[in-house]
Design a binder for this molecule. Structure first.
Ligand SMILES: Cc1cc2nc3c(=O)[nH]c(=O)nc-3n(C[C@H](O)[C@H](O)[C@H](O)COP(=O)(O)OP(=O)(O)OC[C@H]3O[C@@H](n4cnc5c(N)ncnc54)[C@H](O)[C@@H]3O)c2cc1C
Length: 318
């Protein structure tokens, strides 16, 4: 453990790879450790990423890793960081294989676990005709008969948003009493119907949604379903390192609180990507990883040469 990295990046999705590129170009000794389970791998293509619209996620991450190979100060490892703590003014991270690494800075780019409801048939459609984000998948679903599986305010918000892409939308509340009269009025006004029956299964044909099957055995033909999904931290790592959680949002249960420079509550620990994002998307993850890396370089230069950096932490998502 004599070696001390300038930065260890935990997670090699869009945020982590983007940060590693900036750190490599800044000639910083960087170790990226990635477990290889980026959240959008189930999707055929990335919707809405400039220069890569529709590109396969796996291909993007592979290209990102290839680009890093040019920079000799960056090492990329496949693995999982299982624990982290402060040590000697820096940090020690432990991987699942028992390896310990010391570092001056940590960038958490671990993404989030997307938790859709547990519904038979959903797994095989996830990332295709069962989706969570209209900006990612709405274009492919345009003008199709769609459903929104959600309750309460989330159902109203998702259905009204999805109305941008289709004028045939049914809200499925999966049980009675989930909407207020004012919600119903708003949906009716937008020509969105509501079905309160219990949902039993999503039926598919050739890998695409064909119908929603209700508990009473009847079916509703649909080509796509937006499923209300909540994001959760994938591990206790942020917590172990003292990075405080921000307030829950309608989408994310426990995002990490960061300031405008992606600094967490623990000095020296940064967080980027879905873990700290308000809008989970690839473009935002790339941007935040890039910005966090620049802030990390500046913080190292502040320690080493007195470069002035902003002091306070004004949380952008707390
Ligand atoms: C099905 C689906 C489809 C989507 N489609 C789109 C789309 O079309 N367009 C769009 O803009 N966005 C889309 N998104 C959202 C997008 O995938 C995320 O916003 C983006 O991937 C976030 O990037 P990230 O780097 O923060 O996290 P991720 O891409 O999830 O990467 C995090 C990485 O960290 C690794 N990791 C986690 N914990 C550890 C650990 N302890 N040690 C080592 N490695 C670890 C993970 O294995 C993973 O490889 C989609 C999401 C889903 C779920």
């Amino acid at each position: 453990m004599d070696n001390i990295w300038d930065c260890i990046i935990v997670g090699g999705g869009a945020a982590g790879l983007s940060a590693a590129l900036v750190l490599g170009r800044a000639r910083r000794r960087t170790l990226l450790i990635d477990a290889g389970a980026q959240s959008n791998l189930a999707a055929h293509g990335i919707g809405g990423l400039l220069g890569h619209d529709g590109r396969s996620p796996a291909e993007l991450y592979e290209t990102g890793r290839r680009e890093l190979a040019v920079y000799p100060s960056v090492e990329v490892r496949t693995g999982e960081v299982v624990a982290g703590e402060r040590s000697d003014g820096g940090f020690v991270l432990q991987s699942a294989d028992g390896t310990l690494e010391r570092t001056r800075r940590v960038l958490l780019a671990t993404g989030m676990e997307y938790r859709p409801p547990d519904l038979p048939g959903l797994d095989r459609l996830w990332g295709g005709s069962a989706f969570h984000c209209p900006f990612c998948h709405g274009w492919e679903m345009r003008d199709q008969p769609l459903a929104v599986l959600a309750r309460g305010a989330r159902a109203v918000h998702s259905a009204l948003l999805l109305r941008n892409w289709s004028d045939d939308i049914v809200v499925l509340t999966d049980g009675p009493g989930e909407l207020q009269d004012t919600d119903r009025a708003q949906l009716t006004e937008a020509k969105i119907t509501v079905d309160e029956r219990r949902v039993a299964e999503l039926a598919s044909d050739n890998g695409e949604l064909s119908a929603v099957v209700f508990a009473d055995g009847t079916r509703l033909a649909r080509r796509g379903v937006l499923v209300a999904t909540t994001l959760h931290q994938r591990s206790a790592l942020a917590d172990q390192l003292g990075a405080e959680a921000a307030e829950p949002t309608p989408v994310a249960e426990n995002p990490v609180a960061v300031d405008g420079f992606y600094r967490t509550a623990t000095s020296g620990v940064f967080a980027a990507g879905d873990l700290s994002a308000q809008m989970p998307q690839v473009a935002a993850a790339i941007a935040s990883g890039s910005h966090a890396a620049a802030a990390i370089v500046q913080s190292l230069m502040a320690d080493d040469h007195g470069l002035a950096v902003p002091e306070g932490r004004r949380h952008v998502n707390a």
